[in-house]
Design a protein around this ligand. Structure first.
Ligand SMILES: [Zn+2]
Length: 303
């Protein structure tokens, strides 16, 4: 990403908001913790963040502070990656290798399970990674033809609340990349930011998102129902397969709980009306910022 262009756009966006009595201190704010930074920090201190995370096919589109970037990586992003890894492991896809435990009579052997191109499954045992006595026992007495053993995947850290926080973070940053502080600086979104940075506590109700077969392209859409007025941010996670995610980021007019309750009523067969977010410059263009803010703080349907 071009940090210079990015900085100019975001800093200009901060200046544009003075017209709405929004006076933001600092040249740039980390979109997640809202800490302020000077122009030179944007060049040297801030980090380019992949949205979604790099391992799931994301691109660098925003600058966040080092602390938020690394904390999100180790506290929430890894949980999302593990959830998808586990899902794909259960399919025994070709051309894949992973670490497993083989267990028999309370004894455990470390090994790799390899699925070849033709789906042949092989067990690879590195004798150096096992206690020689245990390996000898498995070799001589346990891993015999027609013997049944338990194979267990190594446990991967995976927590539902943290997965949820990662899904919401991606949507929030995708919306931020398009609209900057024009809307998201509103204190209404503090709970959303807290949920991302402090995922174990319930700052938001569960399920502002869904993963199902979504047939419309990735992008940002305006909901056309005032009961859950806001933005549907649709994006793709990609490991071996693609997973489409849809997150609702409500406008400040709607309590989060009310939006969640309405979302629960939507099932796979419900037809919902949405509009694409018009392709305008919501960072620099006065008219676009005005229209965005009017849409967010009113009940009219079109932006
Ligand atoms: Zn930060």
């Amino acid at each position: 990403m071009d940090r210079k262009v990015y900085y100019i756009n975001m800093h200009n966006n901060i200046n544009k908001l003075v017209a709405y009595n929004i006076n933001i201190e600092g040249d740039y704010l980390c979109p997640l913790c809202l800490n302020t930074y000077k122009e030179q920090d944007v060049r040297n201190v801030l980090t380019e963040e992949d949205v979604p995370q790099h391992s799931l096919g994301g691109k660098r589109i925003v600058l966040t502070c080092k602390n938020c970037n690394s904390t999100c990586g180790s506290e929430i992003d890894i949980h999302l990656l593990n959830a998808i890894k586990l899902r794909e492991q259960h399919l025994f896809l070709p051309d894949e290798k992973r670490k497993i435990h083989i267990e028999k009579n309370g004894k455990i052997l470390n090994a790799d399970l390899q699925v070849d191109e033709d789906r042949t499954i092989k067990l690879l045992v590195n004798t150096k990674k096992n206690n020689p006595k245990v390996w000898a026992d498995f070799h001589d007495n346990i891993l015999l033809p027609n013997e049944l053993v338990n194979i267990e995947d190594l446990p991967l850290k995976r927590d539902e609340r943290r997965i949820s926080a990662a899904l919401i973070k991606n949507a929030y940053l995708l919306l931020f990349a398009r609209t900057g502080y024009s809307l998201l600086y509103d204190t209404y979104y503090d709970d959303l930011r807290k949920q991302i940075l402090d995922p174990d506590v319930f700052h938001l109700p569960d399920r502002l998102w869904t993963i199902q077969n979504i047939s419309i392209p990735d992008g940002i859409y305006l909901t056309q129902d005032n009961k859950y007025r806001g933005f549907f941010v649709i994006y793709t996670l990609e490991l071996k397969f693609k997973y489409r995610v849809c997150v609702l980021i409500p406008t400040p007019m709607i309590p989060y709980l009310a939006a969640t309750k309405e979302l629960e009523k939507i099932d796979a067969h419900t037809r919902i009306k949405i509009l694409s977010l018009p392709d305008l410059d919501y960072l620099n263009n006065d008219e676009a910022i005005k229209r965005l803010r009017e849409w967010c703080y009113s009940w009219k349907m079109k932006l």
